[in-house]
Design a protein around this ligand. Sequence first.
Ligand SMILES: *[C@@H]1O[C@H](CO)[C@@H](O)[C@H](O)[C@H]1NC(C)=O
Ligand SMILES: *[C@@H]1O[C@H](CO)[C@@H](O)[C@H](O)[C@H]1NC(C)=O
Ligand SMILES: *[C@@H]1O[C@H](CO)[C@@H](O)[C@H](O)[C@H]1NC(C)=O
Length: 411
Amino acid sequence: MELRRFGFEQCGSVLLLVSGLLLLPVMVSSIGVNYGQIANNLPAPENVIPLVKAIGATKVKLYDASPKVLRAFSNTSVEFIVGLGNEYLAKMKNPACAQEWVKNNVQAYLPGTKITSIFVGNEVLTFNDTSLSANLLPAMQSVHTALVNLGLDKQVAVTTAHSLAVLETSYPPSAGVFRRDLVDCLVPILDFHVKIGSPFLINAYPYFAYKANPKQVSLDFVLFQPNQGILDPGSNLHYENMLFAQIDAVYYALAAVGYKKLPVHISETGWPSKGDEDEAGATPENAKKYNGNLLKFICQKKGTPLRPSSDLNIYVFALFNENMKPGPTSERNYGLFKPDGTPVYQLGFSINDAVGNGTHGTSGTSDVQPTPPGFPTTSNGYLSISSAKERSHCLGFFLVCLYLMLFKLLL
Ligand SMILES: *[C@@H]1O[C@H](CO)[C@@H](O)[C@H](O)[C@H]1NC(C)=O
Ligand SMILES: *[C@@H]1O[C@H](CO)[C@@H](O)[C@H](O)[C@H]1NC(C)=O
Ligand SMILES: *[C@@H]1O[C@H](CO)[C@@H](O)[C@H](O)[C@H]1NC(C)=O
């Protein structure tokens, strides 16, 4: 359909431009996926490997350091970010505990399983729990020191993941600033990132902004569909989708406290395929558009308007629907896959989907109508986000395109 056609043409022309496969590793961006496991019906990790590969993901983010998963993925090329849960932060201030944790949960699986990063704490600062927040940096430091002691600090980075709600203002992006009450706590963490060379991670959900304000937020703008976009009057940059606006708001907030060069990675983003009656937009069609278009952008190596030449480092949330997550229905329906391993919806570019149907039709103009966006321009307007709880790489995609191109050439 539309996505397939688009992907084919884009990849085809990129491929022709570089004329050959030599540049392949340089061109291929990598897709990450969150492997959340708050469920009692998920498949055995061995059976998850093909699912990760099917969506073309090369990076997986875990919320813990699940031994079964880390063992199952050994000798695969999949890279892992493992998580150290908020409940461990207080304990990790003790260097001996941190060293024990790193030994048992990271070193034990290296080098067979490619653990490249540890994220210490998830959305800690937006819990507004001052003692938890106070433990964050010491825990990150202890874990890093443990890695140094074990000779692993060059291969394993230490970071933490924040909710977008760490921003006080996120619209327009050029006005992005951190919550004032968090700055004192954040700045030493940013220093730490600079010192050890690790990225700033943010969980960003345009869905929350849409859900909070479905009448005012343009669905096409949040779903990466064709639309007029918005002009940021502060920077004169033009935004065609909300996620890029959110990412740039983070870059601006970092610059505002003196950390202009810190790279930002998106540790979670996604769209639910189902929700409660009051959760506007949570449908399989919208989830397919959001995630399908997002993966397409990652593959095209599109940067944001402010950082056009930086790769999008994005982890889609999530691999599976998780039946034991609390909260509204949407929380249990972010998955690309059902627990039985079947797709919740077709993403539009899986190998089977792409080669199983030779129709490269040109229909589908119906969703190319630009919708005039009516965005409120208050400082904390449509981009403000409620805090989220826990919330492939283009090689696969690229190979599909290559396959299709060869297929076409042969015909
Ligand atoms: C990975 O390779 C090692 C060494 O060859 C082997 O001991 C281990 O069982 C393999 N793991 C898996 C999951 O295949
Ligand atoms: C944390 O504090 C901020 C600012 O005071 C507030 O907007 C937010 O709702 C609070 N979050 C939680 C989870 O209590
Ligand atoms: C191919 O895709 C078109 C458009 O989605 C669909 O109508 C048709 O049934 C598909 N054909 C096959 C063989 O799957």
